[in-house]
Design a protein around this ligand. Sequence first.
Ligand code: 1CP
Length: 354
Amino acid sequence: MRTGTPSPQKPARNLMKPLLQNLQGHATARPPVWLMRQAGRYLPEYRALRAKAKNFIAFCLDPELATEVTLQPVRRFGMDAAILFADILLVPHALGQSVAFVENEGPKLDPIRNAAALAQLSDARFAETLSPVMQTIKRVRAALPDTVALIGFAGAPWTVATYMIEGEGGTDYERTRAMAWSEPALFSAVIDRITAATISYLMAQIEAGAEALQLFDSWAGAVPAPLFDTAVIEPTKRIVSALKAKHPAIPIIGFPRAAGSHVARYAALTGVDAVGIDHMTDLTAAVMPDGIAVQGNLDPVLLLHGGAAMEREVRGLVAAMAGKPFVFNLGHGVMQPTPPEHVARLVALVKGAA
Ligand code: 1CP
């Protein structure tokens, strides 16, 4: 062995984790693969554990159950990353807003539509409420194989704000957009409140052992174009720079879903290390600033149906992205009726074993 070269017996930890290598701008022989919503109701072993918790928030805040659910898809499919099992609405819950997940209806919150309601939020129990999440992260890290990375996450401020202001999902975000247009000071105060909480939540996730982070801006596509900077780019940039100031080596994936024409500016201005691309956008044509990785973007419906169309598209995407920093994922989450065998087939295809 030549002197001066690092010992081959002791590679830096992240050299063993293809996810982290790609997020740091280095392509690997085959892309790493994980899927948004890889844990969830499409897995029978998830449904079995879900039945043990009294409600969804209690489920997320039970370190034993949340650890097990986080590990389930890694064990079953050999994913290259685990994503912490939690939810973006734990942040409003921990700020004291009333949040409930109603069976078959989705989340219901006591909406915040004026300064008085905003002033009711409190940091007093924030860290304590979320401390079970940090326990989950520690347990998952201890259980993961050396090649598998743990992704922590939070909702981006705009997306979390839509739930906090509307009080539910599945809307056209009319109230949120109205507030952003006609009460800009109140809207900014809501965004600032979420931004500050998200920074402390993600800081704690890193300190507990998260090795990469994803910011889910699932409803970024609903932001009126003239407001995109104030609602999406600026708060995301503030979160990224606060985290990078303390933890520069932790890569951050931004997922501005359906943001279309804004994606290039988002990639250039927010400071994220990787951008998640939805299935409405041509990922192979996405022009990223130097060193920025892309993640995505198979249509979840192709995974639901499987078969020849899925195989062709998976192979095509892997071939088109060869040699570039790339993380294989869907364009949005796994759909509930998806057969687990299709997920197994997808992972085998990406890993080149099929
Ligand atoms: O009862 C159940 O089992 C509820 C289903 C479920 C699950 C499995 C919800 C309710 N949340 C989750 C887990 C979850 N949520 C994860 C876990 C990790 C993984 O990906 O495996 C993550 C990352 C999230 C993030 C999340 N929650 C997002 C962003 C991602 C996305 O899908 O766009 C959003 C928008 C939510 C809100 C949410 N959580 C759950 C529901 C039903 C909703 C509302 C969705 C809507 O408004 O359409």
